[in-house]
Design a protein around this ligand. Structure first.
Ligand SMILES: C=C(O[C@@H]1C=C(C(=O)O)C=C[C@H]1O)C(=O)O
Length: 376
């Protein structure tokens, strides 16, 4: 036998022993879980874990091994907790997460608010999601739209959350934390911007271009080809078309939809101004009630974790360990806490799934804050 074979043989013997001891430990953890189910005690006991880590580290003989032992036991205890959360959900603890299952989201006879004016992309998203017989109106800002739903003047708000070219609409993420509203649905629409001008304007006349910051960002490559043009941000794309139409200056143009151009009597000076052919925006439908439909398949959450190494990994491990597919993660600064962030995570699943319940129980117990923003 070569030395290597011999060493590996020894490692195998030790590993078998580790597996046997791990399983023995897990059996005791299950007993602990049953005790906690009966007594209502929390799964996570940070004090006990700290004593445990310090204790096992002190038993190691080198500083390298002390660090390794610490890491190893952090992981072992995290796994132990995950098993305990499973047993708790199996026993009906932490069930509904405060959400009620409904048959269908009402798409007619409701009042819907959107930001911008008619002809804006939000209006298009609303038309695509809801049926004809709704009452709808528009407000100036995203915040106003959330306020309308919060105050009960509207049932739903339609708001853009993400564009495939320009990325997230950061304001919406921040406002989601300011208001206690829930994502009830989503609508993706293709966004095909055009450059609009007065009917007697030519491309050569243009000196100023108006659009929503997202419109300008999505058409950056096109605008870069015209470095002399002054770019001016407007409240929304349709409002910028309206402005060009009202001010009647041949030097002014707007980046907006073809529909907005028709609405305000403008001419298309250039089409395909967004270089990404598949340019699309995802809109969320926000309501007041925590409800989800039976076949809802995406969950959006927001959490805050300790500002320390491994904290984010620990939170995400609940999603990974329960076999859930994470589809998106974003971080946003926490107001008044410099350089600390909250995380917005989307993953596939339904609030009824036991894997989802386990993961949410884990994150809720171990994060500083968890909000389930919706299951849709
Ligand atoms: C097993 C327990 O539950 C959790 C897991 C621990 C472990 O695996 O050692 C320690 C403390 C708790 O966070 C316990 O409370 O003892």
């Amino acid at each position: 036998m070569t030395d290597l074979q011999q060493y590996r043989h020894e490692i195998d013997r030790i590993d078998n022993e580790i597996v046997r001891l791990f399983e023995e430990r897990m059996e005791v953890c299950e007993k602990v879980a049953r005790y906690k189910i009966q007594t209502g005690k929390q799964v996570l006991d940070p004090e006990r874990e700290k004593i445990k880590i310090d204790g096992v580290k002190a038993k190691a003989h080198t500083s390298f091994n002390a660090m390794g032992t610490g890491e190893l036991f952090k992981l072992i205890m995290a796994i132990s907790r995950k098993r305990q959360y499973q047993l708790l959900t199996q026993n009906g603890i932490g069930g509904s997460n405060g959400f009620e299952q409904i048959q269908e989201l009402p798409r007619e006879g409701v009042t819907v608010v959107f930001q911008g004016v008619e002809g804006a992309y939000s209006y298009g998203a609303m038309r695509a999601y809801f049926k004809e017989n709704i009452k709808s109106y528009h407000v100036k800002t995203f915040k106003d739209a959330m306020e309308e739903v919060s105050e009960g003047r509207a049932d739903y708000a339609v708001l853009p959350i993400e564009n495939s070219t320009a990325g997230i609409v950061a304001d919406i993420y921040d406002l989601l934390m300011e208001y206690q509203l829930y994502i009830a649905g989503e609508q993706i629409i293709r966004v095909e911007h055009v450059l609009l001008g007065l009917s007697n304007a030519q491309l050569e006349d243009i000196q100023t271009v108006y659009s929503h910051p997202q419109g300008l960002a999505q058409c950056k490559a096109f605008l870069d080809e015209h470095p002399c043009w002054k770019q001016v941000k407007a409240g929304n794309t349709a409002a910028s078309a309206k402005k060009v139409s009202e001010e009647q200056l041949v030097s002014q143009a707007a980046i907006a939809s073809r529909e907005a151009g028709e609405l305000f009597g403008l001419k298309v000076l250039a089409k395909n101004v967004c270089k990404n052919d598949g340019n699309a925006t995802r809109f969320i439908i926000l309501g007041r009630k925590p409800v989800y439909v039976k076949n809802a398949s995406r969950i959006s959450i927001c959490f805050e974790a300790e500002h320390e190494s491994g904290a984010l990994y620990n939170m995400l491990s609940h999603i990974i360990y329960n076999g859930l597919n994470m589809t998106k993660i974003e971080s946003r600064p926490i107001p008044d806490k410099n350089w600390q962030y909250r995380f917005f995570v989307d993953f596939d699943g339904n609030l009824q799934d036991s894997a989802v319940k386990n993961a949410l129980m884990g994150i809720r117990s171990e994060a500083n804050m968890l909000r389930i923003l919706g299951n849709y």
